[in-house]
Design a protein around this ligand. Structure first.
Ligand code: BV8
Length: 261
């Protein structure tokens, strides 16, 4: 008889969990068709993310960096949340408190219907002026007309000379305070944390599962391959999130439906 797909311990933890956090990286969106950062089909494989996702690269070559984001926006606008995203939404119907803490900027958790999402690294659908901070969230960047510039005019009629940039966290930049502290609080009170589709390389995000563990959370990792986190988790489910998550949620739904009230 083949070994059960999910351990009795994992199912018991999920059956009684009140507070669950899903900590996600690019891997949770891979099955939607969003290239991961470090896979061999990784974004613009000839560049390392750190080379493009940083303010110096933007100031040196705003066209190149904006083209990278415009291309990624096009991909993200053309795809849908996958069964992994939707299983996490389903989980909200059976576990009292579910929080998504994502490193992704693709907006797919919100589009799938997740209610509580902390976006540690921003959101590619939002923009702001680097100089005055005015938001340009719905601006449709048309690079043919040059790099988007701020259109704010001050009381003396002077136009703000700032560049408009994507509202994402670049390397070397601090994470948005509300998102970071919201994520830390969620991790500190989690019964179960699912670390899904992240290589666990980028800090401070990668420190979150350890914060949860040190506060007693049961730590589960879902990834087709081991990561630096793997030997510290309670359960490692080796495989794709779009395959594992729907099956895991289905199982937990059955258990919780038959649990004595
Ligand atoms: C900070 C937004 C400091 C932009 C991203 C030197 C100088 C400065 C900083 C540093 C430094 N050295 C180290 C640092 C810290 C740095 C860092 O961690 N660097 C790394 C590279 C070592 N961090 C920072 O700079 C952070 N800021 O430290 O500020 C500071 C402090 C005080 C005051 C001022 C400054 C900011 C980091 C945020 C960077 N922005 N994204 C954009 O997207 O364009 S990071 C980007 O890569 C993503 O957001 C994500 O977080 C990150 C990692 O990617 P993953 O999501 O893990 O994806 P990856 O491809 O790596 O892995 C995918 C995984 O999925 C794989 O494991 C794969 O096996 C798996 N998978 C594949 N398919 C599936 C799957 N899993 C499940 N199912 C599948 N189907």
């Amino acid at each position: 008889m083949s070994a059960p797909e999910f351990s009795a311990k994992l199912l018991a933890k999920l059956a009684e969990a009140e507070m669950l956090v899903a900590f996600t990286g690019a891997g949770v969106s891979a099955e939607s068709g969003v290239p991961t950062f470090r896979g061999d089909e990784g974004l613009w494989a000839k560049f390392r993310p750190e080379e493009l996702a940083n303010v110096n690269a933007f100031m040196k070559n705003p066209e190149l960096v904006w083209r990278w984001y415009a291309d990624r926006r096009k991909v993200m606008a053309s795809i849908e949340p996958n069964p992994g995203h939707r299983a996490l939404v389903e989980l909200e119907r059976i576990v009292p408190h579910v929080t998504i803490v994502t490193q992704n900027i693709d907006n797919l958790h919100r589009r799938a219907g997740s209610a509580k999402v902390f976006e540690l690294h921003g959101n590619i659908e939002r923009n702001y002026c680097m100089r005055c901070g005015v938001r340009y969230d719905d601006v449709d960047v048309v690079l043919e007309q040059g790099i988007p510039r701020c259109s704010r005019v001050d009381k003396d009629g002077k136009r703000c000379p700032g560049y408009v940039r994507p509202d994402v966290v670049w390397f070397g930049e601090i994470l948005p305070e509300d998102e970071w502290y919201g994520a830390v609080r969620a991790m500190e009170s989690a019964d179960v944390v699912l670390s899904i589709g992240t290589s666990g390389i980028v800090y401070p995000a990668a420190s979150l599962p350890q914060i949860a563990r040190s506060h007693g959370a049961f730590l589960v990792e879902i990834n087709p391959e081991p990561t630096p986190l793997t030997d510290q988790v309670d359960e490692f489910l080796m495989g794709q999130s779009g395959v594992f998550l729907p099956r895991l949620v289905e199982k937990v739904k059955q258990i919780r439906a038959h649990a004595p009230r």
